[in-house]
Design a protein around this ligand. Structure first.
Ligand code: GLC
Length: 472
């Protein structure tokens, strides 16, 4: 099969979160099983000159954005057996940052249209376009409206993956004609609750909808999780599948990771203690045996930081330390900064996007706290376990699918059910109890490291699903 992954992020070119990791690793895993995979993303300003040097110019074309005719350059580069295409337009993408502009709708309308248009020029016709999140949601819509009957396009199928339902690409009705160039008689494809909703358009028109964990696929039918889209998803549930994300286990490997101070393996975890010592020193925290809780996250509401705020000082009072890395909403940044001032030798916070420090925390912490209100899949808990750091999570989405409570026989972490700070505190307390019983803890660490979170089986699931789509 030929598969094209369209997304707004892909490691190593551009990433702000888990989406970039997945688009950076899943195509490789599918290609290893004998399929041709390509990826297309915008050519952002932040893509370095060094990376641009490896790119070849493919074509320059014109793309319709409603009545506008926009320049679109197509570049390509090859990396690890995958061809990456880049959509260039300086007006839309030569800016600081990837999202958050007043014209994001227009920018990604352009991108979606450009992806379909470029297929005429690149000598690679996919059987499947795998679209990811709202930025690519117009691809299945435009395909159904304008490309399905064009020469060469007739056999193409579209899959749409929801990485997070919270971000929908929701705009006023005026964008339909003025930005998308879609006539009023097709408005029904995108209209939802009085808005034009790009995600709804993809849910309506894609051949298949994927979510990034089986549990999240169930949760999305529940209004508590679905941010308004449960009503449409219930009617489309027959074409929905949940497939768990994997991680790139070569990139995240405590045996070879050069970012950490001492490599270790599940057979010999002794290096982990050295990583902990180095982390404490580097962050200016006091040395000692007390458990260190790592937090690496975006500071946004659904990550459950409100629960952490409620009982933070109680946890510190139990003798635990915190290594926090993240950025986002100011209220949360300020909270952690205040805590690090109050407990300078026990709490450290770094408010930036710092992948190297992230790895040091994954390796050097003892526990990893992720009490998300909702979590489509979550990659951090998988990486933490790969490094033998025990996750403490709320049972939601991918966290529920990947972490089992240590109260049972085959636990690999600690879990709690209700979105409630006391319940979270109880899980932390239980983790501390097991930590204090050294032998039990070592077994738990080994069990977590034995879990296989590679793409191996999920890549098979994707391939099976794509093959079924082509045969239907
Ligand atoms: C989003 C979700 C996260 C998921 C990631 C990759 O960032 O919030 O749970 O792991 O996408 O699919």
């Amino acid at each position: 099969m030929n598969i094209l992954f369209a997304a707004s992020e892909a490691v190593p070119y551009a990433a702000s979160g888990g989406l970039g990791d997945v688009v950076g690793s899943l195509p490789k895993a599918i290609a290893e099983k004998g399929h041709s995979c390509a990826v297309v993303i915008p050519l952002y300003k932040s893509i370095s000159a060094e990376m641009r040097e490896d790119m070849d110019f493919v074509a320059s074309i014109t793309v319709d954005v409603s009545w506008r005719k926009q320049y679109c350059g197509i570049f390509k580069a090859k990396r690890n057996g995958i061809v990456y295409y880049f959509i260039d337009n300086e007006y839309y993408f030569d800016r600081e940052g990837m999202y958050g502009f007043y014209d994001d709708c227009e920018r990604f309308v352009f991108f979606g249209r450009a992806v379909l248009e470029m297929l005429k020029y690149i000598g690679f016709m996919p059987d499947i376009i795998s679209c990811n999140d709202w930025q690519t949601a117009l691809i299945p819509v435009y395909y159904n409206l304008y490309y399905r009957y064009q020469q060469g396009y007739d056999k193409l199928k579209t899959a749409f993956t929801i990485h997070n339902i919270e971000y929908q690409g929701r705009y006023g009705r005026e964008v339909l004609g003025e930005v998308m160039g879609i006539p009023p008689y097709n408005a029904g494809l995108l209209e939802y609750d009085g808005y034009i909703n790009m995600l709804k358009g993809a849910i309506e028109t894609a051949d298949r909808i994927i979510t990034v964990s089986p549990q999240y696929a169930k949760e999305l039918l529940d209004p508590w999780y679905a941010h308004g889209l449960d009503r449409i998803l219930i009617t489309k549930r027959d074409k929905m599948t949940g497939i768990l994300n994997g991680i790139d286990v070569n990139m995240y490997n405590p045996e070879t990771d050069s970012a950490i101070s001492c490599n270790y393996s599940k057979g010999d975890t002794s290096g982990k203690a050295i990583c902990k010592k180095t982390l404490l020193n580097e962050l200016g925290l006091s040395d000692g045996d007390e458990p260190v809780i790592g937090i690496v996250t975006r500071f946004v509401g659904h990550k459950g930081i409100d629960l952490i705020r409620c009982v933070f000082e109680q946890i510190v009072a139990k003798g635990m330390k915190f290594a926090v890395l993240g950025s986002g909403e100011r209220i949360y940044e300020e909270f952690f900064i205040e805590m690090s001032r109050r407990y300078p030798d026990k709490v450290s916070v770094t408010t930036e996007f710092n992948p190297v420090l992230a790895r040091k925390i994954y390796a050097g912490a003892d526990m990893f706290l992720m009490p998300s209100m909702s979590e489509p899949c979550g990659l951090a808990q998988l990486i933490a376990m790969r490094y033998g750091t025990i996750p403490i999570v709320r049972e939601t989405g991918g966290l529920k699918d990947t972490v089992r409570d240590n109260g049972g026989i085959d636990g690999n972490g600690f879990t709690f059910q209700t979105y409630n700070a006391d319940d979270m505190f109880d899980a932390v307390r239980r983790a501390k109890l097991d930590y204090d019983n050294g032998e039990k803890w070592n077994e738990l660490v080994k069990r977590a490291m034995l879990c296989d979170f590679s793409w191996k089986s999920s890549a098979e699931d994707y391939i099976d699903m794509f093959e079924k789509m082509l045969n239907s």
